[in-house]
Ligand binder design. Structure first.
Ligand code: SF4
Length: 247
C-alpha cells in the first residue's frame, strides 16, 4: 500500500467512526498532503465505486476487510501470535444486519481458522437458524483473533490490544445490531465490568449500534436447562423485533 492509499484508508476509517488520530492531527495531515476534505473525496469515491469494482474485482468493503485480514495475519502485538496455529478473522456476509461476537477461538477454531466451528459453533448455528437466518446471512467474529492456550479467558490487556481489529470490521460491515455472546464480548463492547447475568436481555449501545448481550453457546451447552434456553431465545426474539421495527 503506498502513502496515498494509506491516507485514503485513514480517512475512510475516520469517516465511519474509527478514530486513530485526533481531529487536529487529521486536519494537519490533510493540509500537508493537500488532499480534498473527506466529504468531497467520498462523493468522488462513490462515483468511482462501480468502476473500482470492475477494475479490481473487489468492492470497497471487500478491499478494506481484506486489508484488515492481512494485518491480523502478520500481527505480533500480543503473545498469542506465537502459540496460534491459525488466526480467526471471522466469516459471513459483509452486508450482514446482525454480527455475532464471541470471545476468542477455541481449539477447533484454531485448527480450522474459522469462528464457531466446534460444539459451541453447532449451538450458535442452531440459534441463527431459529432466528430464520443461515450462517452466511450474518457475520460471526470474536473480540480476540488468536486462541489463548488452554482456552483461557483472554486477559483485559489482550482484549484491549486485539479489539481495534473488530472495531474496524464493525465499522466497515455496519450491522444493524450486535449480539454479544458471553461475558468477554459483552463487557468489551459495552465497556463495563458487569457480568452477563446482569447484562443479558437488555439492549446496550456500541458506537450507536444496539448490542444485545446473551449467554455464550458454550454456557448454554454446559447449563442445558429450560431456563437458560428460554432466556437466550427471549434475547434473540428482542433482536428480531428490533430488526422488524426498522424495516
Ligand atoms: S490475538 Fe489479536 S493482538 Fe494478539 S496476536 Fe492475535 S491478532 Fe494480534
Amino acid at each position: 500500500m503506498d502513502k496515498r492509499d494509506k491516507i485514503e484508508k485513514f480517512f475512510f476509517l475516520k469517516e465511519i467512526g474509527v478514530n486513530m488520530l485526533s481531529p487536529e492531527e487529521a486536519e494537519k495531515m490533510r493540509r500537508v498532503l493537500l488532499i480534498k476534505p473527506p466529504s468531497e473525496r467520498f462523493k468522488k469515491e462513490e462515483e468511482n465505486k462501480q468502476k473500482e469494482v470492475l477494475s479490481s474485482g473487489l468492492s470497497l468493503k471487500e478491499k478494506f476487510l481484506s486489508e484488515i485480514e492481512k494485518e491480523i495475519a502478520q500481527c505480533k502485538k500480543c503473545p498469542l501470535f506465537s502459540t496460534r496455529k491459525n488466526y480467526v478473522f471471522g466469516e459471513g456476509s459483509m452486508d450482514a444486519e446482525i454480527m455475532f461476537i464471541g470471545e476468542a477461538p477455541g481449539e477447533e477454531e484454531d485448527n480450522q481458522g474459522r469462528p464457531f466451528v466446534g460444539k459451541a459453533g453447532k449451538k450458535l448455528t442452531e440459534m441463527i437458524k431459529a432466528m430464520g437466518f443461515e450462517r452466511e446471512d450474518v457475520f460471526i467474529a470474536n473480540i480476540v483473533k488468536c486462541r489463548p492456550p488452554g482456552n483461557a479467558t483472554p486477559t483485559p490487556q489482550i482484549r484491549r490490544t486485539c479489539f481495534p481489529y473488530l472495531q474496524k470490521q464493525i465499522a466497515i460491515i455496519k450491522p444493524k445490531v450486535l449480539i454479544a455472546l458471553g461475558n468477554v464480548a459483552a463487557q468489551t463492547l459495552l465497556d463495563t465490568k458487569e457480568t452477563i447475568t446482569r447484562l443479558r436481555g437488555k439492549f446496550g449501545k456500541y458506537q450507536g449500534i444496539p448490542v444485545m448481550p446473551t449467554y455464550h453457546p458454550s454456557y448454554v451447552i454446559r447449563n442445558y436447562t429450560v431456563a437458560v434456553r428460554k432466556a437466550v431465545w427471549e434475547d434473540l426474539k428482542k433482536v428480531l423485533a428490533l430488526l422488524n421495527e426498522n424495516r
